[in-house]
Design a protein around this ligand. Structure first.
Ligand SMILES: [Ca+2]
Ligand SMILES: [Ca+2]
Length: 238
């Protein structure tokens, strides 16, 4: 029998029965190993992807916080700048108002000084309040009435001594009235005045006190110099 005949007589099943299981088992092991490797690789890829996602999320959050903070800071700077501009505008506006008021005061004072000699009379002697008033009335005027800051400054600027003005509460205690029966519009009292101490009903200017706070109620019988306003005849003597 030659070799070809021998190989032809070998059944295929005989081959399966002898070497088949070993080859199949080895193949299965290799497959499982490959599956395990693939599974491990997939697991690490998943982990890495997860870590990247977490890092990306943290980066986005940090960026968001940073942008929000910068935005808040910018907004704060913007508000501060706007407030600063408003304050400057307000100060400029007030400065303009003060300048205009100053010019107005100076202009009114200038007018008063021009009228001064004709309109006002300042005594050189002293009398009580009623006698002083009568002196003015006898010459067509009355004791001076002061209803604004300009006039208060103007009248006060002439004196270094206390003088009577045309204000009293002699008719009703605490109800101050000018000699033309008008009520007080602007007041320039000394601190703690009027105090009606011992019955004080006639008002004087005390030029040693601040120019806008120099009124005092005094006993009407006290002797003071005085100021007449709107006199029509120049007194021969006072
Ligand atoms: Ca009084
Ligand atoms: Ca007083």
């Amino acid at each position: 029998m030659d070799l070809d005949s021998i190989y032809q007589n070998i059944e295929p099943e005989d081959v399966k029965d002898t070497d088949g299981p070993q080859v199949q088992s080895q193949s299965q092991n290799e497959g499982q190993t490959q599956k395990q490797r693939g599974s491990t690789c997939f697991m690490w890829m998943t982990v890495c992807l997860g870590i990247i996602c977490v890092l990306l999320l943290v980066f986005i959050i940090v960026q968001h916080i940073s942008i929000t903070s910068e935005s808040d800071l910018f907004s704060s700077y913007k508000n501060t700048a706007e407030e600063f501009n408003q304050t400057i505008n307000s100060l400029q506006h007030k400065n303009t108002e003060l300048t205009l008021n100053k010019l107005k005061l100076e202009n009114e004072l200038r007018k008063l000084y021009k009228q001064g000699e004709d309109r006002f009379f300042i005594s050189s002697e002293s009398k009580n309040w009623s006698e002083s008033r009568q002196y003015c009335r006898d010459r067509g005027g009355d004791l001076v009435i002061i209803k604004n800051e300009v006039k208060q400054r103007f009248i006060t600027s002439f004196f270094k001594e206390r003088v009577w003005i045309g204000l009293t509460d002699i008719q009703q205690e605490g109800n101050m009235k000018w000699v033309d029966d008008s009520i007080l519009s602007q007041e320039f009292w000394e601190e703690s005045e009027p105090n009606d101490s011992g019955g004080e009903d006639c008002i004087e200017i005390n030029p040693t006190s601040p120019i806008l706070n120099n009124w005092n109620d005094e006993s009407c019988s006290s002797m003071r110099k005085w100021v007449c306003e709107n006199v029509t005849s120049v007194p021969a003597s006072s």
